[in-house]
Design a protein around this ligand. Structure first.
Ligand SMILES: Cc1cc2nc3c(=O)[nH]c(=O)nc-3n(C[C@H](O)[C@H](O)[C@H](O)COP(=O)(O)OP(=O)(O)OC[C@H]3O[C@@H](n4cnc5c(N)ncnc54)[C@H](O)[C@@H]3O)c2cc1C
Length: 440
């Protein structure tokens, strides 16, 4: 059967679902093609730390309200350190006059809330097809997809939100810049003898990075333990006691020996970004466009920013019946790519800087953390980054009004200026760091 849609979204993960809601609200005839997410030993084995911009965006969509506080845990501070070293970096909500620093949200609950939002909208012109795209073609300027269940869909605009292994990206012969981190993320739920105090903790050690993400039970955390692949294989075969003992050792800063609540799950990690993310009337967003190390907790935050910026463009151009050819999408693509490259390269650098046991580097890293912790300027920059208060800050005001193209141009120039300012400040920061280092 051949179906027609104005816009087809491929992929029903967090990114594809949120764009679908936005497009339904804009009044488009939307077809969403996707599959249910795989079951996990415990829903909280997969948690995302969402920044305040993402929360605002999900609230404007009407999805945050549908979470009904289920699987949502606010956190008020973050603490980062290196195992066996005294230096640390700590951020608090009070440092930036915010009520919270962010929220840990269970992926599957957020997915359910997004589905409920669609249901409540009761859209007449929406079709969901539970299947997989197996073929893509461009026919007379339209996008034509064949699905594994035998159905076919033709549409004017197509969005690929089909994850890191994107079928559409490959069908378009778009290459990726990819580096293996050679790490696997192990996730599970642990119970601590002590309260987590609604703090996110992250410990760097030579074989990896261990994050504790607080859950609504004041003693339970969801962990993301990124380990070099060979060590991850060993860790996945530990019995529960050995696993918890090793976690406790790598965590290094207390909270007691944890108890394993759910069977660990493994996710291979890679840094990857697509060389192109647009074509005529086509855009690639979310993990299909970029995957980054979970150490920054920014992957889906970046994906949601793809969504609201793309939705703004679609709103602007299609309302005026202009269509969005590759040229019109180019500026959006440039600004999204700059963001993704900065984040993924930054995380790659941090991972390589920390996951080794070079003695000189250990000393410098420790000094750098202590130094950064005392510098309000650096701390504010880092907190603003973590909060999502950078050039992509989601603003309800701008979202609810037509996006003026000149303003968009200004925003994009702002990105470059911000990047330029940060780069210009680097030598200054480096010399301050070295001065403080040699004075000791
Ligand atoms: C361990 C771990 C921890 C993380 N922690 C954080 C965090 O704290 N904060 C944060 O912001 N990010 C985090 N991330 C990243 C975040 O989880 C991802 O960026 C986000 O889930 C990506 O969503 P997506 O919708 O783009 O892709 P996906 O979730 O991969 O969804 C893609 C969808 O497309 C479907 N699909 C694939 N191929 C086809 C096809 N051919 N046809 C139809 N459908 C198809 C799939 O079935 C899937 O439903 C973490 C990632 C990991 C691995």
């Amino acid at each position: 059967m051949l179906q027609e849609a104005e816009i087809t979204v491929i992929g029903s993960g967090l990114v594809g679902l949120s764009l679908t809601i936005d497009l339904i609200k804009q009044g488009y005839k939307v077809t969403l093609i996707g599959q249910p997410s795989p079951e996990l030993p415990n829903p909280a084995n997969r948690v995302v730390a969402l920044n305040l911009s993402s929360k605002e965006f999900l609230t404007a969509l009407g999805a945050w309200q549908n979470l009904e506080n289920q699987g949502v845990t606010p956190y008020y501070s973050m603490k980062v350190w290196e195992k066996d070293q005294a230096g640390y970096l700590e951020f608090k909500n009070t440092d930036v006059n915010q009520e919270v620093l962010g929220y840990n949200v269970v992926n599957s609950y957020l997915e359910k809330a997004l589905w409920k939002t669609i249901e409540l909208l009761n859209p007449q012109d929406f079709t969901y097809i539970e299947s997989k795209v197996s073929q893509y073609q461009k026919l007379q300027g339209k996008h034509f997809v064949s699905l594994e269940n035998g159905e076919q869909v033709i549409s004017t605009f197509l969005v690929a939100a089909d994850g890191g292994n994107s079928f559409i990206r490959k069908a378009l012969n778009i290459g990726v810049n990819r580096n293996e981190y050679s790490q696997t993320a192990i996730t599970c739920v642990l119970e601590l003898p002590e309260d987590h105090n609604n703090t996110c903790y992250q410990s760097f050690h030579k074989n990896g990075i261990l994050a504790y993400l607080p859950l609504s039970n004041s003693k339970q955390v969801s962990i993301v333990w990124s380990l070099n692949n060979d060590i991850a294989d060993i860790a996945l075969n530990f019995d529960a006691d050995e696993f918890c003992q090793q976690v406790y050792t790598c965590f290094h800063k207390g909270l007691g020996v944890p108890k394993l609540i759910s069977k660990p799950t493994a996710f291979p990690l890679a840094k990857q970004y697509a060389q192109e993310i647009v074509d005529d009337n086509l855009a690639i967003i979310g993990d299909a466009a970029h995957t980054i190390h979970p150490l920054a907790g920014q992957g889906v935050n970046l994906g949601f920013a793809d969504v609201w910026t793309l939705a703004d463009l679609i709103r602007e151009y299609y309302r005026r019946n202009l269509g969005l050819d590759k040229n019109k999408l180019a500026q959006w693509a440039r600004s999204r790519k700059t963001k993704a490259v900065m984040l993924s390269e930054g995380m790659f650098l941090i991972k390589n800087l920390y996951c080794n046991d070079n003695k000189a580097l250990t000393f410098i890293r420790n000094q750098a953390l202590s130094f950064a912790n005392k510098q309000d300027f650096i701390k504010t920059k880092l907190i603003n980054f973590a909060l999502g208060f950078n050039e992509d800050k989601y603003s309800l005001a701008s979202y609810n009004h037509e996006l003026d193209l000149d303003k968009q141009k200004e925003n994009s120039l702002g990105v470059n200026q911000e990047l330029k300012n940060t780069l210009e400040q680097l030598p200054n920061l480096a010399s301050k760091l070295l001065n403080s280092f040699f004075k000791k």
